[in-house]
Design a protein around this ligand. Sequence first.
Ligand code: PGA
Length: 252
Amino acid sequence: MRKKIVAGNWKMNKTLQEGVALATELKNTLAAEKPNCEVIIGTPFIHLATVSELLKDSVIAVSAENCANKESGAYTGEVSAAMVKSTGAEYVILGHSERREYYNETPEILKEKVDLALANGLKVIFCIGETEQERDNNQQEAVCKAELQGSVFHLTAEQWKNIVIAYEPIWAIGTGKTATAEQAEEIHAYIRKCVAEVYGAQAADDTTILYGGSCKASNAPELFGKPDIDGGLIGGASLKAPDFKGIIDAWK
Ligand code: PGA
């Protein structure tokens, strides 16, 4: 049975103190009322060690939002997968459209990052998704398949067990425009079919595929109600504990 997951992606928000306050509030909320899914928070690098320690005995796992495509050495300003792992974080988000677009992360660079993350014992939340223009041209399937082929379909079946896919239509990220549950389900089912072609039906059935893009408490129940949508990757609505909890509650 595949895991149901609600993962937050704080992006470049929250000072260390604000992040600790948010993580503490979430920890207390979820200690009082156990979630029916796995809960992950993705934080900036500087929060990882403190927040991982804070959440050590909680139900919440911690994720980085990026890692370097080099193992170690003279790469000023970069943070390696080994460093992320050493903080206690379990996951890393890779391939987010903001990293692809603003930091020129190519499929080849992402492949290197995925390999290093897995080699260092991290699980990967790998993001894919089409632009608005690509959706208008009905290219969403081709785009998603190419992104999978470019950076993760070289993995072994054993490595694949540590991959979570996040489908995030770029036109829905931070725009308030959500894909309809039907649109999302259609492409999630297609993504699962692509996974089955490479890793077999069982592995595809066991793969968690998250939806991301203006997901909030009001639309999460309908999205998560679809058979191939296994949870969400949440940006804006992960920055306030009650909003994030509202999405977690969609699994109740
Ligand atoms: P959003 O971001 O929920 O603010 O649309 C989602 C994401 O980019 O992961």
